[in-house]
Design a protein around this ligand. Structure first.
Ligand SMILES: Nc1ncnc2c1ncn2[C@@H]1O[C@H](COP(=O)(O)OP(=O)(O)OP(=O)(O)O)[C@@H](O)[C@H]1O
Ligand SMILES: [Mg+2]
Length: 277
């Protein structure tokens, strides 16, 4: 039986198709391998005959870091979270496992942002870009992205920021400090009153409203460090949401939050065999 368009089943299958895809049907024009990072296979730019391009990043577990967490699924799930909360800054990303001309492409592909400069080449952000940057700070904090340096933000003269390279998140490192609190967050909230950053407030509220959906997504597709990733996302979302109600959110409440979370993280680490106790 074909599920009805609005049943959960349909939505589930639809989502799966969105996360796991293929580039097999597209004809490849060329593959460029300009940079070789610390391993046998670095990112590759694949250009198709229709003129579009993607960046392909291999699943490093198949090449040299067998016990590394799953990075391609993180790239794709971050794109899904971006869509759920309406961030609109992560280029479309999916996990693939294709063999094309005897070459295996197992990893993630992300739409290539054309004519872009990275953050190191930008002298000053426009005010619209700046707003997106502030939203990105919140997004990265909640998903625990530890790699948002200027090289992982692209600018394409469209008043947006294109948030690329999104795999160092959702507890990519077993020893990650789930309580780490970047200065950028404190900086953001201490420099500006909430009434000046409605775009930030709105994003936090949307995260809070969609918390269950996001936690389910992580539970279903992130197979390593799952519980810690969920705890991190949930507690950071709650923390920011409740902080919105306070007149002076820092630093008192922050210390309280850390204490509670520390105890919870220890419990999870103790019960999860893949994590150090
Ligand atoms: N979606 C994209 N659109 C355009 N260029 C991209 C895109 N994704 C990646 N790139 C380019 O390819 C480079 C490598 O990609 P990415 O940063 O994701 O990989 P990486 O292996 O983590 O590299 P690094 O360790 O330098 O961050 C980026 O610095 C950027 O120049
Ligand atoms: Mg990078």
């Amino acid at each position: 039986m074909v599920p009805h368009k609005h049943t959960d089943n349909y939505i589930e299958n639809d989502l799966k198709l969105d996360i796991f895809g293929s580039i097999k049907d597209k004809e490849i024009e060329k593959v460029e391998r300009e940079r070789w990072m610390g391993g046998p296979r670095g990112p590759e730019k694949i250009t198709f005959k229709d003129g579009s391009s993607v960046i392909f990043k291999c699943d490093i577990r198949h090449y040299w870091m067998a016990d590394n967490p799953d990075t391609p699924i993180r790239e794709a799930i971050v794109y899904q979270i971006d869509k759920i909360v309406g961030l609109g800054l992560v280029p479309k990303t999916m996990v693939i496992d294709d063999v094309i001309n005897n070459v295996r492409y197992n990893g993630s592909v992300q739409e290539w942002v054309k004519n872009a400069s990275d953050g190191y080449q930008i002298i000053k952000m426009t005010s619209k870009e700046k707003k997106h940057y502030e939203r990105l700070i919140i997004f990265d904090f909640i998903i625990g992205n530890s790699d948002r340096h200027l090289g992982n933000m692209l600018f394409a003269n469209d008043n947006k920021i294109h948030a690329i390279d999104n795999n160092a998140c959702l507890i990519i490192d077993k020893d990650e400090d789930i309580l780490a609190f970047p200065d950028t967050i404190i900086d953001l909230f201490t420099k500006k009153p909430l009434r000046d950053i409605p775009h930030v407030v709105e994003l936090i509220e949307t995260f809070y409203k969609n918390k269950k959906k996001i936690l389910n997504l992580i539970g279903k597709y992130i197979h390593d460090n799952t519980k810690l990733a969920q705890l991190m996302v949930e507690s950071r979302t709650n923390y920011l949401f409740h902080m919105l109600k306070k007149k002076k959110p820092f630093p008192g409440k922050y210390l309280e939050w850390r204490k509670g979370l520390d105890a919870e993280a220890k419990k999870i680490k103790y019960h999860n065999h893949s994590l150090p106790s």
